[in-house]
Design a protein around this ligand. Structure first.
Ligand code: ATP
Ligand code: MG
Length: 273
């Protein structure tokens, strides 16, 4: 079946899909191969400033691999990734982060023995830096430390973690650890926040709270990309949804069109329509 041709309601050509506007992220012809496996194959889409864009697809579709390419964990096999107008494909993840791109991970990356504050501050430290300046220019270093503390405290407040700031992160519940990951990403004060399955393992109340937070962050001016299997949440919070299946982009549109898209339904249900 050629899924890319099977939907009568798709409004955009998946290989050239983009909307006119102020684009923060432009992914063009992106491929990532692992030996013979085409984990991501010639994917093109863009994200406008202030949008929440969902990235969905069945297990193994290439969502995390695409995130890893954009955030610099993997160098792409081919293609271009422009962030805020500049090419970032193949740059080191720390350099991409400093340009204002923050991400969370599908699997928690929490340092259990470190305090909640120190876990979250690693995001701000990545942006602001400390160690070299503390040796060379103590005055400037103090200013940087204040900036790091300020960004960390703001992120802790946003994610209801301030009362746990001095506790070891290992004491937190699973839901709070997920919040810690987002707080760490936000302490970087990013332009683009990329969340990889933020609702995984959360209960209904926590998921509803997450959805409110994500929309509030968008309302404050942040641009967000969201990989998620929780479809009600994706449909509720995303303005636009990009769908991958076995590494290929099969649809790109608003939630209503994606919900009714035959190729998307076939990808999820394993149906050949
Ligand atoms: N580092 C790697 N080395 C080799 N193969 C990989 C690597 N990372 C991912 N893959 C493979 O690439 C494909 C896409 O994986 P990826 O993790 O991107 O999927 P996904 O859409 O995030 O899936 P899920 O919803 O299960 O998280 C899979 O076949 C996976 O096994
Ligand atoms: Mg994944």
């Amino acid at each position: 079946m050629s899924v890319a041709q099977s939907s009568p309601i798709r409004t955009m050509n998946p290989t050239t899909a983009h909307r006119a506007g102020d684009q923060l992220l432009q992914v063009s012809g992106l491929s990532k191969h692992f030996a013979g496996l085409k984990a991501v194959s010639e994917v093109s889409f863009s994200v406008e400033k202030g949008e929440i864009v969902g990235l969905i697809g069945p297990n193994g579709a290439g969502k995390t691999t695409l995130f890893n390419c954009v955030a610099g964990a993997f160098a792409p096999t081919a293609g271009s990734i422009k962030f805020d107008g500049q090419e970032i494909a193949g740059l080191e993840s720390s350099r991409i982060a400093r340009r204002g791109l923050a991400r969370t991970y599908q699997n928690l990356r929490v340092f259990s023995d470190m305090t909640v504050f120190d876990n979250v501050s690693t995001g701000a430290i990545g942006r602001i830096g400390t160690s070299l300046w503390s040796a060379l220019a103590p005055g400037l270093s103090k200013h940087k430390e204040e900036q790091i503390a300020e960004a960390t405290l703001e992120a802790l407040r946003t994610f209801d973690l301030i009362e746990f700031a001095d506790q070891p992160a290992g004491n937190l519940s699973y839901g709070q650890k997920k919040n810690l990951e987002m707080a760490r990403a936000m302490s970087l004060k990013p332009k683009l926040l990329m969340l990889d399955e933020p609702a995984a393992g959360l209960n209904d109340t926590e998921t509803a709270q997450l959805a409110e937070r994500v929309m509030a962050l968008r309302d404050s001016g942040l641009t967000i990309m969201l990989v998620e299997h929780d479809m009600p949440m994706v449909m509720r919070v995303c303005e636009r949804i990009v769908v991958l299946e076995t590494g290929k982009l099969i649809a790109n549109g608003d939630p209503a069109s994606i919900r009714n898209d035959k190729a998307v339904r076939a990808a999820y249900l394993g149906e050949d329509q």
